[in-house]
Design a protein around this ligand. Sequence first.
Ligand code: NOJ
Ligand code: CA
Length: 726
Amino acid sequence: MKKIIVVLLLLLTLGAQLFAQELTSPDGNFKFSFSLTQAGEPMYQLSYKSKPVIKQSRLGIEVKDQQSLASGFTLEKIETSRKDETWDPVWGEVKTIRNNYNELALTLTQSSPKQRSMIIRFRLFNDGLGFRYEFPRQPNLEHFVVKDEVTQFAMTGDHKAFWIPGDFDTNEYTYSTTTLTKADKSARVGSADEIATRNPINGAVQTPLMMKSADGLYINIHEAALVNYPAMILSINKGNLTLTSTLAPDAVGNKAYLQTPSHTPWRTIIVSDKAADILASKTILNLNEPSVIKDTDWIKPTKYVGIWWEMHVGVGTWYYADDVNLTLDNTDWKSLKPNGRHSANTTNTKRYIDFAAKNGFDGVLIEGWNVGWEDWFGQWKENVFDFTTPYPDFDVKELHRYAASKNVKLIMHHETSGSVTNYERRMDDAYKFMKENGYDAVKTGYVGKIIPRGEWHDGQWMVNHYNRVAKKTAEYKIMLDAHEPVRPTGLHRTYPNWLACEAARGNEFNAWSIGSPPEHETILPFTRIMGGPMDYTPGIFQIKMDYYVAKRPFNNQSPNGFAIHTTLAKQLALYVTLYSPLQMAADLPENYERFPDAFEFIKDVAVDWDDTQILEAEPGDFITTARKAKGKEAWFIGAITDEQKRTANMPLTFLKPGQKYLATIYSDKPDADWDKNPMAYQIENVIVTGKTILAINLAPGGGAAVSLKPATTEDLKKWKAYKVKK
Ligand code: NOJ
Ligand code: CA
């Protein structure tokens, strides 16, 4: 008896575990262990190459008005398994993806006051860990409300973090780079008043959160397969450096309504001692379910232009009349006096269709085509748009005919203005209208406070809405691009018609606000884009916005001082460094016509890939990426830097041995500078092989783009072999 008490005391004083279970990644680099504390609390820890990554951290779920699912557990069953398979995405950065992990599924049981069980499933990959909670069907756990998640990520130090504030409504902030203890509502966050709807939360950060430890580990925390559950932000305990999952609530403060059988999304921790490995990780995709769409032939990676930037720079308007205070039901749109600046008119649309056809673009996006824009923003109004009534100057039938005759697809815009109840009621009619008129891609938008009032963009109700749109558009064979949705979590594997999302601060901010600093695009791939492709809308050639002052006499908001915070060459590089199967050539046709030689790269660059190699990368500093076009012997490289100039190094070892290639290099001129001389670029043709190492100078805030094609005899005669310049 005495002995037992001593052992028990010892266990208690050590806070020791009753049970521990270990798991190793297939390559042996990760070691994971799970344990239950004396109080039956599930705990885990993780190390990489013998360095601790996650210290003892709690797991579990707090349930509203019912017994907690975070303690009182004993272990009932241990199941281990492994998987090593490959699969081919419908589109992507690589042709084939390997899914290789060791799995541990632990059934935990509570015996009092009621008998209940929960499974925690862990998958350990060669680049990180995914885990989720599963709730099997059982008599004592049927319907329940999640009050909070207990999930912790206890960090080993005060890591450097690339973060935006936790916010259940937006991801459109610029990034701050500080240690975890300094991550707070900084000046940058506080002054971000150009974001339409924002509610930054003190002491919390958004995922994907990118960190770097003092001992050289890159750590990324996010989630995968966010379905029927709210998004997670991370609250930082600055005392013990522990991050805790914090869920977006609904209008009455609850987090998630679940019914068994069900499960949470996966929590993901991706780790490496090389930054490039984080960008190459496919773990989030692997944790998502395979495509639910059987016939995917109609899904096509798309390069597009659009009636869009001209409104953002203020030379055109979304709205047709200058009237205000209109309602959908009581307005006779034909009787309104047109303001003369409405961009989405038939003639202008034909001009964009011609431009797209001439330059090989797949699609033309048209914003401002439908009635309601006079009164669309800031009213928290329910019936803003009906998504089926065009303005009097936009001839849907004629444009259908014209676009088809030029083999160009029109892309429809559905701005919900956050009134999602309205959109839900009209979705079917809207998609039918699209199909009747030849549209098979839609860009949705959620600017403004959500209706149902009190809901957040990132709550369970809205998560279900975005997923419902993905599913419904798939039924109609419509491709989808969502702006202002919850940040992606790899669901484009399951719904490959969901080509891209915005869900971050896109290029548009540079048109009408203080914009984003030159480092912005070096951080996005390590954060937001970890969850899925972004519709960033690169390719702006006219860098300074005061160029438009003379062109917008009616617009009283001055664009003076607003600018894209990159060089022109860097705008080209973004087509490669920012992965998306949906890429816009966002500038005005007339601006591309001013720089036809640079425009060649945008026309040329692929949007779907067989292979991707991250040649060098450091979050916040630089990224150099090479990608092979799908089904072609053509490679494209993008290299970008932050505000520091640097030399990008590109060993071309991925090229076919023995083959000579023509490299067309689009780079910053020696005197280029994102602020002082952003549009100074140069283009050079050289012959290279797999043994060449290109060294290209990037200006402050600059970049370079390279296209590589097998050299013809003509090319070999015309161009010299590459030599490194001094
Ligand atoms: C914000 C979107 O990000 C942008 O692309 C769109 O033009 C406006 N909302 C208007 O819907
Ligand atoms: Ca936006």
